[in-house]
Design a binder for this molecule. Structure first.
Ligand SMILES: [Mg+2]
Length: 212
């Protein structure tokens, strides 16, 4: 067994995790594949709706409720199997990234508070809460649709600081999107682009947190 590196760093007091592509991988393609037999438009129309229009942005910033979002989908695609079925399909896009979710109990044993910080929507969170026990075990959850702001909008980073009553280098933040990391870094957070679990574990160890 390799001896762990000794770090002189003052450890952070909380670790802030992005959800998508850090704790959970996701693939909208899976949902689209299941939707196609149930709708009367072609793939390109669904893709335009989810990727090129502001529909998902409006939903994830809380400008649309789940019912309004579903209604827009229904109108645009002819989907008629009901909100519950839609929610099952739309939510079933995730795969747990276990080397990352395994960090949660380790960090909490060290007395480190752990926060989920995500651009997301109500349907996704309902699904994740029901399916993945690690999610509820997080100490805090700061979600775009609940605060009407999306990363990298500083307003959402302020919510994290207020919720945790921590700021600056007391926070260590991992996110796969560079612009989100930069926004954290600009506030004095210790912020890193998540590329692989191995690399992120090393960032935590370098910050004085003996994990892995
Ligand atoms: Mg992400």
């Amino acid at each position: 067994m390799m001896e762990s590196r000794i770090s002189n760093a003052t450890p952070p007091r909380a670790v802030v995790f992005d959800l998508g592509k850090v704790l959970l991988d996701f693939d909208y393609g899976r949902a689209v594949g299941q939707l196609l037999p149930l709708i009367n438009v072609e793939l390109a129309v669904v893709k335009r709706l989810l990727v090129d229009s502001t529909l998902l942005f409006d939903y994830e910033t809380g400008r649309l409720t789940t019912e309004q979002f579903y209604e827009r989908i229904r109108e645009a695609t002819g989907f008629s199997a009901g909100l519950t079925t839609f929610e099952e399909i739309f939510g079933d896009i995730f795969t747990e990234i276990t080397p990352m979710t395994a960090l949660l109990p380790q960090l909490q044993r060290l007395g480190i508070r752990c926060c989920v910080f995500s651009n997301t929507n109500e349907m996704a969170i309902r699904h994740v809460t029901a399916r993945y026990p690690f999610y509820a075990a997080f100490d805090d959850h700061v979600l775009s649709f609940e605060h009407k702001a999306m990363k990298p909008d500083p307003a959402l980073y302020e919510v994290v600081e207020r919720t945790l009553s921590l700021k600056g280098s007391d926070l260590l933040y991992l996110d796969d999107r560079e612009e989100n990391v930069v926004a954290g870094w600009e506030r004095g957070w210790r912020a890193f682009v998540h590329r692989t679990p191995d690399e992120s574990l090393q960032h935590l160890r370098d910050a004085g947190l003996p994990v892995g």
